[in-house]
Design a protein around this ligand. Sequence first.
Ligand code: HEC
Length: 150
Amino acid sequence: MIQLFFGARSITSVRHALAFSVFAAIAFGSWSLIYAEDPPAAVKWVAPAAQAQKTNPVASNPASIEAGRKIYMQRCAKCHGESGKGDGADAVELKLHPAKFTGSSIHDESDGALFWKMSVGKKGMPDFAKRLSPTDRWNVVNFLRTLGGS
Ligand code: HEC
């Protein structure tokens, strides 16, 4: 009787161990899936070479920079911040991590790459291809270049 009791117990603990490993595997699996869907900001967003090589057809003069600044303040500052620090109100609210335009990472990007990223967007970053004309997007690129820390 005692033996039977212990026998039964060890069977249940084997079952528990099994159930726990299945649970652990599922938990780990979903954790890695979630993690894979939302990579850390360290994973670089790279524009296709052909797009990055596009030259800016709009000369960077005061009129273009001013036009770009106006669009930026209306369309971009709420996430990227008025001075490009990535600290706009929506970024905080939506828990987004928009790019900073004050660091060297953005200034290492070509005009074509910035134009392409702005046009196609990404998770958390709207696509502006239909919302802003090409000239407007190039004006914004010219404005981005004036943000600090170049
Ligand atoms: C709703 C918030 C939001 C708005 C509005 C927004 N962005 Fe973004 N932007 C983001 C986020 C989030 C990222 C980071 C995307 C990533 O790397 O996963 C980003 C990334 C970028 C990048 C890429 C930086 C890099 O990694 O090279 C550029 C360029 C950019 N935004 C330009 C703009 C411009 C210009 C505007 C306005 C016309 C704008 N964004 C409006 C959220 C926003």
